[in-house]
Design a protein around this ligand. Structure first.
Ligand code: PLP
Length: 480
């Protein structure tokens, strides 16, 4: 009989040894990254080269080198020159809670498959609800990402406003939602999944400053209604992803009340503003929402994926999916908050509540204020630098830690300028000293930074602008 591998797979001593070594490796990585000592944020490889590397590694690589190679081949979000996508440099202790979750692997669908994490989930979501300004009839749950949370919220909205029929019979009449044209693409995706079709997504144009133009709401609503579309929800972005600009939640709250609409706030990025004494105003009116999404992995230092979906009226948090899954869920007449799969789209999920709980327990609530406030401050500061430079322009005055800007010169036409900015971003990526991203706004190509690292300083930002200028000059010579 062949010898079983199982004893070695589950061997505690080898886990201990590898684990200790890995913690050392990760701590060294963190030390180097935090201080910006690793020369690169990203060692850029073309997708096909990367694919070849890992195919080869599978056959010839040393097991002991695996994790350190993964580190080398990954983007270093803890580096102060990381200014790209909106994922946070995780508070390192949450890497440890992540490990606990992976090993214990409690699947969370039913209470006894995650007693600790289910109870923690109740505590964490109650705490978030209170911070939003909801009363004790509110409830929430954690789910796998802002995208899924937005879909879930819209399903709740349809159930609450339109009624049971849509789920069982499909949409028996044309339904619609209202949302800013700048909203995250996942809202559009969710609406299409729900069968609303293109005509059911009433996109409200934005002001010059990229916020939803609320002066157009009444007309858009009347027009859609006249065309036979039953609008049941309105979505506010807090902020919208590309520009970091906030919709006026107070106005949206009033509008939704006047028309009996569900008011959903997509606060995946900036919902965390509820913690900031200084920046709370950015989400003024959020307490009027029927549902709110907040991503922990964006502005709360948590690992991916950690998302909260919070409901003003707790009943809606378990009404959305009420259906039988007899093998899993026993019908009950009480609120049954602890059987979480009754509320979430997913069945199995990770013990994500532990990350929030661990941070809260270890450092207390004030760190969330400190983190967000520091980064929004930095966003404003960067905006000021750029505004002073003749070679650069802002897309819009930043309201958060998201800053869109571009290199400009009077020598080039619009298309050439777009190409130059595109090249700048590609050169930065390939050089790897900084990591930033890009976006197109009204046909104009912008460089986009999200300042995510509390150790990023003015000096880093000034160096970035210097590098961009020097790339721009070379590119401009080559293009003109
Ligand atoms: C990031 C983001 C999302 C998507 O959230 P994921 O957690 O990435 O799925 C949705 N809406 C907004 C406004 C976002 O910034």
């Amino acid at each position: 009989m062949e010898k079983s591998s199982m004893p070695s797979v589950y061997d505690p001593e080898s886990f201990r040894k590898t684990g200790h070594k890995l913690i050392d490796t990760l701590a060294d990585h963190l030390d180097q990254s935090n201080q910006g000592l690793t020369e690169k944020v990203i060692r850029w490889n073309k997708p096909n080269e990367e694919h070849e590397f890992w195919k080869d590694f599978l056959v010839h690589g040393e097991n002991t080198e695996l994790f350190s190679e993964v580190i080398k081949h990954s983007t270093h979000v803890h580096h102060p020159n990381y200014m790209g996508h909106q994922v946070s440099p995780t508070a390192p202790i949450t890497a440890l809670s992540g490990m606990v979750s992976a090993l214990l692997n409690n699947g969370m669908a039913v209470y006894e498959m995650g007693m600790a994490s289910s109870a923690m989930e109740r505590i964490v979501t109650d705490w978030l609800c209170a911070k939003i300004g909801f009363d004790t009839s509110s409830r929430g749950f954690l789910t796998s990402g802002g995208t899924l949370a937005n879909l879930t919220a819209l399903l709740s909205a349809r159930k609450a406003i339109v009624g049971q029929n849509s789920r069982n019979k499909g949409n028996t009449r044309p339904l619609g939602i209202m949302v800013s044209e700048q909203a995250h693409y996942c809202v559009d995706r969710a609406a299409k999944i729900m069968g609303l079709g293109e005509q059911g997504i009433i996109k409200i144009p934005t002001t010059e400053g990229y916020a939803m133009d609320v002066s157009l709401l009444e007309t858009a609503y009347k027009k859609a209604t006249k065309e036979g579309i039953y609008i049941f929800a309105i979505v506010g972005s807090a902020p919208s992803t590309a520009t970091g600009i906030f919709d006026d939640l107070e106005v949206l709250g009033r509008f939704s009340k006047a028309h009996n609409l569900w008011f959903h706030v997509d606060g995946a990025h900036g919902g965390a503003g509820i913690f900031s004494t200084k920046y709370k105003f950015t989400v003024k009116g959020i307490h009027q929402a029927d549902s709110v999404v907040i991503d922990g992995h964006k502005m709360l230092m948590l690992p991916t994926i950690t998302t909260a979906l919070l409901f003003k009226n707790g009943t809606h948090s378990h009404a959305t999916f009420s259906q039988t899954a007899d093998y899993l869920l026993v019908q009950s007449s009480d609120e049954d908050w602890y059987n979480l799969a009754k509320r979430t789209f997913e069945c199995t999920k990770s013990m994500m509540s532990m990350h929030w709980y661990t941070l809260l327990k270890t450092y207390g609530e004030t760190i969330f204020d400190e983190y967000l406030t520091r980064l929004y401050d930095l966003g404003h500061q960067f905006g000021e630098f750029i505004a002073k430079e003749t070679d650069f322009e802002l897309a819009v005055q930043p309201m958060s830690n998201i800053v869109c800007f571009r290199y400009r010169t009077s020598h080039c036409d619009a298309e050439t300028l777009n190409r130059i900015n595109e090249k700048i971003r590609q050169s930065l990526l390939e050089a790897g000293e900084f990591y930033i991203v890009q976006t197109k706004l009204r046909g104009v190509h912008y460089l986009r930074t999200t300042l995510m690292n509390p150790f990023t300083t003015e000096e880093h930002l000034k160096t970035l602008l210097k590098r961009i200028k020097s790339i721009a000059l070379t590119t401009e010579k080559a293009t003109t």
